[in-house]
Design a protein around this ligand. Structure first.
Ligand SMILES: Nc1ncnc2c1ncn2[C@@H]1O[C@H](COP(=O)(O)OP(=O)(O)OP(=O)(O)O)[C@@H](O)[C@H]1O
Ligand SMILES: [Mg+2]
Length: 270
């Protein structure tokens, strides 16, 4: 299989993209693929002896079966835990999607597949008028949308699906992540998403009470700061939830189809 990849997008920030991406990486690795990981833009990092390091990038790299230099995995690692465009401006950095595409190609040379996690929601600004959608477009990958199941997610999921397709990319699959244990009528919400997005979810990730507690970005920053003081290896690593075998097979089919059709766009919404 020629090297390809998947872009993991989310309905919002803090809805489980990293968790789902780790699960996707593990499922593809179990299926026998050499999997590399990438977090092209990260805002919220700690200064270690090796330079700035971001927790999501560390989690993805730890799950990947192909190891790579940190600078390829996370070419834009910004210190402030704020919107990437603000963190980049504060750092005097201009996020260049060509550099991101270059790092992706370098990773793709070593792997069968590169799993790329976005930052924030689909249209999170990265500078000027550019957003994370421009990063996804530069990579021309099929998108796996993680829907964080909470009140408002139906609107967020539909808006995101439409924006993905309006941007000429393909929404290849979606994953439901039960982020809010207090959400009522979970089954009805998933059924509605299935109808509106035109297909069932690849997986429904349950809410895990024993996992790392959901944290506000600022709180997470503080946590990462103390981890940095204690040593980089103690940075919190997101835990993935195991995807069912059928989901792994569906991801493989998605990758194979992407290989055949290149950047071909296919409608998912009816
Ligand atoms: N299914 C779940 N059950 C319990 N906690 C979860 C679940 N999914 C995610 N979380 C928790 O919610 C928080 C946010 O998850 P995660 O970091 O994966 O989100 P994200 O969308 O990647 O966020 P960001 O926009 O910062 O990249 C984490 O603390 C994570 O452990
Ligand atoms: Mg994340």
């Amino acid at each position: 299989m020629p090297a390809r990849g998947l872009f993991i997008a989310g309905t919002d920030t803090e809805i489980g993209k990293t968790r789902a991406a780790v699960s996707v990486i593990r499922a593809l690795a179990r299926a026998g693929l050499r999997v590399a990981a990438m977090k092209p833009v990260a805002a919220g990092a700690v200064l270690t002896a090796d330079g700035l390091r971001n927790g999501d990038a560390a989690s993805l790299a730890a799950a990947a079966s192909v190891s790579a230099a940190y600078a390829l995995v996370n070419p834009y690692c910004l210190a402030a835990p704020v919107s990437p465009h603000i963190a980049a401006a504060e750092a005097g950095v201009v996020i260049d999607t060509r550099r991101i595409a270059h790092c992706f190609r370098e990773l793709a040379l070593r792997a069968d597949c590169v799993v790329v996690e976005g930052a924030g929601g689909w249209l999170a600004p990265i500078g000027g008028r550019r957003t994370m959608a421009d990063v996804a477009r530069a990579l021309e990958l099929p998108v796996v949308l993680v829907v964080g199941l909470r009140l408002g997610c139906l609107n967020h999921a539909l808006l995101t699906a439409r924006a993905i397709e309006a941007g000429g990319l393909r929404l290849g699959a979606w994953i439901a992540n039960h982020i809010d244990p207090g959400l009522e009528r979970v089954g009805e919400n998933v059924a509605t998403l299935e109808r509106l997005l035109g297909r069932p979810p690849l997986a429904l990730l349950p809410h895990e009470t024993s996992g790392i507690a959901p944290s506000a970005p600022a709180a997470r920053h503080t946590r990462e700061e103390s981890a940095a003081r204690a040593g980089a290896q103690e940075m919190p690593l997101e835990r993935g939830l195991e995807l069912p075998e059928a989901a792994g097979a569906a991801l493989l089919r998605l990758l194979r189809a992407a290989c055949r059709t290149g950047k071909g766009r296919r409608k998912l919404l009816s």
